[in-house]
Design a protein around this ligand. Structure first.
Ligand SMILES: [Zn+2]
Length: 431
């Protein structure tokens, strides 16, 4: 409650208590009523429901983060995750900045700098997933500061999250897959290579039986899928026919060596109930103590550990091995219907999800536009000739055939198609 005090000069001083209950002056006035009105107004401003804690905004973000995280009840893993995001991405910029000094413009600049660091700084750009997590954490912490009356508004509120490329899906590059495999033990790295080189769903990897593996032919027949919720083997896919997936030669080699150690056929069944069909062999892969693999356990265990060691900070899930498979095939020009077939998807589904990764057919469109204007279509650079003598001859023959073919019919077969066909066959034979 505000009050007044008469000063020796005969004037009135308005007095009130602030948020910390300290007496404060509202100024001196000739009229007592005026002094009282002013003091009451200031008191309302500083103690009312909308009032700010004036000193609260002077805390640094780093100190606030500690208070905020300590006050929250979080799962240990979540807290670890927050702390590592804060330590790696937020602290470097904001640790010593007072909350009241944080501006929207500076937050925008920070986000931009993470995504596109200045060229001279030689800092690597952070991935949009990392930036997104960092900004999310920062915004949440500042929302809490608003709730705590340290800030009137959240300065980061209007700053937009970066776009995530390729929708929400994340693909591993071959280098990343190598790095992850490097930090896994033998069995788990084999599971990884099966994942990224067959595109099997994790439940299909877990439900893979030795009888479905034909290493002579170099194929897997995908028939069963482990349902980790129900703990049963379901047919996979549910309503469609089973599918056959080819194995690249290096994976056949790895699986053959593994089969020697794992001695398939020791057990005549997997011991899990099959909801359709009969079980006639053991599982190819099992987790600790012989348990059937579960994607969440595997994702938290060997997968996460290897990702951490490899320094991959994005949220990549075991399921992304399947997306990785599709993206590798598409980038090598495998036609969408063929990808749909080996993945057990419909054509439309594959087109919807992965077509944006493919440049196939773009050259035809480019050539058509150029030709229609009467311009000369540029000759594509021939691909590097493979090393083997036989392959080199085959490539040359293909080139000659394509060249003579083109004089007859301009579009029948471009040298690029002929050449890349020849070289891709040779790569397959070589590896
Ligand atoms: Zn079985």
């Amino acid at each position: 409650m505000a009050w007044t005090r008469m000063l020796p000069s005969g004037k009135y001083q308005g007095i009130y208590r602030d948020r910390r209950n300290e007496e404060r002056s509202a100024g001196t006035f000739t009229q007592r009523a005026e002094a009282l009105r002013k003091a009451a107004k200031l008191e309302e401003e500083q103690r009312g429901p909308l009032a700010l804690d004036v000193k609260g905004g002077k805390i640094t973000w780093g100190a606030w983060f500690e208070q905020w995280i300590d006050a929250r009840v979080l799962a240990y893993s979540t807290e670890d995750c927050y702390r590592s995001t804060a330590g790696n991405h937020v602290m470097p910029q904001w640790e010593n900045v007072k909350l009241e000094d944080i501006t929207t413009l500076d937050v925008s600049k920070w986000v931009r700098k993470m995504l596109r660091p200045p060229k001279r700084s030689k800092v690597k750009p952070k991935s949009p997933w990392v930036v997104r997590n960092a900004l999310m954490l920062f915004k949440t912490s500042l929302n809490a500061a608003v709730d705590d009356k340290r800030l009137a508004l959240n300065p980061a509120k209007k700053v937009e999250y970066p776009d995530l490329p390729d929708g929400l899906e994340r693909y591993l590059t071959p280098d990343e897959a190598e790095a992850i495999a490097f930090y896994m033990d033998g069995l788990n790295s084999l599971i990884l290579w099966v994942g990224v080189q067959t595109g099997l769903r994790f439940g299909e990897v877990a439900g893979l039986h030795w009888k479905r593996l034909d290493l002579k032919r170099g194929v897997i027949r995908v028939v069963e899928k482990f349902d980790q919720k129900e703990g049963v083997m379901n047919p996979s896919p549910k309503d469609k026919e089973d599918r056959t997936v080819p194995l690249p030669p290096d994976l056949v080699g790895q699986l053959r060596r593994y089969a020697e150690h794992a001695a398939p056929g020791r057990q005549m069944s997997c011991g899990i109930r099959h909801t359709a069909g009969r079980c006639d062999s053991d599982l190819v892969f099992r987790g600790p103590r012989g348990a059937v693999l579960r994607s969440n356990e595997w994702g938290r265990g060997p997968w996460k550990r290897a990702l951490d060691l490899a320094g991959i900070e994005d949220r990549v899930r075991p399921h992304d091995m399947r997306h990785t498979y599709a993206s590798w095939l598409i980038q090598e020009g495998v036609p969408l219907p063929e990808i749909a077939r080996v993945m057990g998807h419909s054509d439309e589904e594959v087109t919807r999800r992965y077509a944006h990764l493919s440049d196939a057919g773009f050259d035809t469109v480019r050539d058509a536009l150029t030709r229609h204007r009467g311009l000369v279509v540029a000759e594509p650079e021939p691909d590097p000739v493979p090393l083997g003598l036989e392959e080199r001859l085959a490539a040359l023959e293909a080139q000659v055939a394509a060249l003579s073919g083109r004089t007859a019919a301009h579009t029948a077969s471009s040298p690029k198609t002929a050449l890349s066909d020849a070289s891709s066959t040779s790569v397959e034979q070589a590896s």
